[in-house]
Ligand binder design. Structure first.
Ligand code: NAP
Length: 217
């Protein structure tokens, strides 16, 4: 696939690099320094390049939206018309200090994003894990017991794209249902963030759902 990265920070830089190493064509965009985008592209290999958000969006099979909530409007404006495009968002609706959700209970970041890009096929994925775990999961992607990763969307094609990308990184995709499940998933991300960043065990944290076959006693 040709994948445009909108926001090349902690999440976008790592996921873009992994997508390129997994064989996709990747365009890194939207950082404050052009040099950084070019360096990321160089380090990610021959399939990666640096560009503007509009260039990242052009002919993209998928776009990864990985910016702070306060930058979503700006990056979307720069990306241009996203009608028909699959937009994979890991962006969380956080306040300026990243301490709390600014959308919750009656809506979610995923639903609000879908309203802002009505023609696009929005799917949420990768928002439930810290960036620090991504390279480790990719490195152990051939292991049998993979960590889970939930995704949710109202669009079947967007879900298919998300499944492919999630598997490329090395997670087991878990279909959490429609976009409105963001109302439950996004608060869970705050739990993940607490476990990752506010305990001594470190941020290389993933999760795994298991269905246990418990026999009759
Ligand atoms: N980090 C995580 O572990 C994690 C986990 C789950 C979900 N999320 C969510 O994923 C999203 C991205 O998080 P992140 O940690 O990757 O954020 P980040 O590291 O701050 O990256 C954001 C990107 O946006 C760019 N940017 C910011 N202001 C800009 C401006 N005025 N002009 C151009 N570019 C600008 C940054 O540029 P620079 O590169 O120059 O800084 C950076 O490349 C957020 O919504 C976050 O809540 C993050």
């Amino acid at each position: 696939m040709r994948i445009g990265i909108l926001g090349s920070g902690l999440m976008g830089a790592k996921l873009g690099t992994i997508f390129a190493r997994a064989g996709h064509e990747v365009v890194f965009s939207y950082a404050r320094s052009e040099r950084k985008l070019k360096r990321l592209a160089r380090e990610a290999g021959a399939r990666a390049s640096a560009g503007s958000p509009a260039e990242a969006a052009r002919d993209a099979d998928a776009l990864l939206l990985a910016v702070h909530w306060s930058r979503v409007r700006d990056v979307l404006r720069q990306a241009g018309d996203l009608s028909g495009r699959v937009v994979v968002t890991c962006s969380m609706p956080m306040n300026a200090k990243d301490t709390d959700l600014v959308v919750a209970h009656t809506s979610s970041g995923a639903e609000e994003l879908a309203k802002r890009v009505p023609g696009a096929r929005v799917v949420a994925a990768f928002n439930t894990v810290p960036s620090e775990v991504l390279f480790g999961v990719f490195a152990s992607r051939r292991k049998r017991a993979k960590p889970s990763l939930v995704y949710y969307s109202d669009d079947a094609k967007a879900k298919r794209v998300a499944i492919e990308l999630i598997q490329d990184v090395g997670f087991e995709p878990v279909d959490a249902g429609p976009l409105r499940m963001g109302r439950y998933v996004e608060p869970f991300v705050l739990l993940i963030a607490r476990l990752a960043y506010e305990t001594k065990r470190g941020p290389e944290l993933a999760y795994r759902f298991e269905r246990l076959k418990i026999g009759k006693r």
